[in-house]
Design a binder for this molecule. Structure first.
Ligand code: NAP
Length: 344
């Protein structure tokens, strides 16, 4: 896989319009898998990615649930997926997508920073999500000064210190366990009396001698000394009792908000804003296919993301073929009508 994805990048910093058959937005596992299949099908596709390819993988220390690979670092898997996609020749372009709109004839237009525009009759949208904020006093003030949303990026800053993790899902528990390698202790603060995380992850976390859980408790405030977070002001949701938990590292893993704000048209979504698809990844908007974390679904795993993406590309290919055939039929009808007029 000598084919470095960076070699195929073009910086979109002009006003030109690029026409393609298919635009893939996002370069997490879903986008990279979509690029692989689009390339393999020899579609004229472009993959637009805002930063380095990998998406959430870049924030994941270890992946141990990708079939066939017992253990791999998130960054390493991202690199392998990007190399694999590049091997099939899809045009990978660095471009921060600012707006996705739909023209009157159904063509999609994607505007990226720097002024470039991409047009195509079909899109596979894999823009993922952004970590949710707790929305409590002190969160913004101490962001980057103790408050973090990425264990792999910031964990090492808290060597030998007390760490608090907020949330009860897979991310909180998995990243919490990862943080035990740095912190003197890792205390999970969860608003209920049971975790949402998968049993295997819970077991691993709870078995670690450095971990603890504060149940039925919410964070009222992140406290600090003006320069650095020093702890959490907590409230028991049953008794209302208030307490303080000392922590210089505060990691928030309370889920994601789907990245849909660049969409300039209505597409059906669930109450959480995740885009609703049918089983073929078709949405309420013809030609607009969705895959990965931005899709409304039961679980969001790397395996589900790549599965979605595979289906989405084949569904998009079929959609394009149908469009093409309809255009040819319409053209034939026009030619026939013209011929008939000549013979009259
Ligand atoms: P998630 O599954 O939505 O869990 C969010 C957690 O945060 C829940 O426990 C929730 O509490 C809590 N929470 C939400 N809002 C809160 C608030 N305002 N204050 C306090 N707590 C709050 O999110 P996630 O853990 O980021 O996972 C996202 C998706 O990625 C999931 O589908 C997950 O399975 C997947 N994932 C998988 C893996 C893996 O398989 N290795 C790793 C990471 C993520 P409640 O439980 O009370 O609702």
């Amino acid at each position: 896989m000598a084919n470095d994805i960076r070699e195929t990048r073009v910086v979109a910093n002009d006003e030109s319009i690029h026409e393609h058959e298919l635009i893939i937005v996002g370069a997490g596992p879903a986008g990279l898998c979509a690029a692989l299949y689009a390339g393999r099908s020899e579609m004229d596709a472009v993959l637009l990615e805002a930063g380095f390819p990998g998406g959430q993988l870049l924030l994941t220390e270890l992946v141990d649930d990708y079939p066939g690979i017992e253990e791999v670092g998130g960054m390493e898997l991202a690199r392998q997926m990007a190399d694999h996609a590049a091997k099939f020749g899809v045009d990978v372009t660095r471009g921060h997508v600012e707006r996705v709109s739909r023209e009157a004839d159904g063509t999609f237009r994607v505007e990226v920073d720097g002024g470039g525009q991409y047009r195509a009759p079909a899109i596979v949208y894999t823009a993922g999500g952004t970590p949710k904020k707790l929305d409590v006093p002190g969160e913004m003030e101490y962001m980057g000064k103790g408050v973090s949303y990425c264990a792999i990026c910031d964990g090492a800053f808290f060597k030998g210190e007390e760490i608090a993790v907020i949330g009860g899902g897979d991310s909180a528990v998995e990243e919490g366990e990862f943080l035990t390698r740095y912190g003197s202790s890792v205390t999970l603060v969860h608003r209920r009396d049971e975790l949402r995380a998968q049993a295997v992850l819970q077991k691993r976390f709870l078995a670690n001698p450095k971990t603890g859980v504060v149940w039925d408790t919410v964070v009222d405030r992140i406290v600090g000394d003006g320069k650095q977070a020093t702890g959490l002001a907590l409230r028991d949701v049953n008794t209302g009792e208030r307490s303080e938990l000392p922590a210089t590292g505060v990691f928030i893993f309370i889920g994601f908000t789907p990245n849909v704000n660049v969409l300039d048209f209505h597409v059906d979504h669930d109450p959480g804003g995740y885009i609703v698809t049918d089983r073929d990844m078709r949405t309420s908007v013809p030609g607009f296919f969705v895959a990965g974390d931005v899709r409304s679904q039961l679980v969001r795993q790397i395996t589900t993301a790549v599965g979605d993406a595979t289906t989405a590309v084949f569904a998009a290919e079929k959609y394009l073929q149908d469009l093409h055939e309809r255009a040819e039929t319409a053209e034939d009808a026009v030619t026939r009508a013209a011929r008939e007029r000549q013979t009259v």
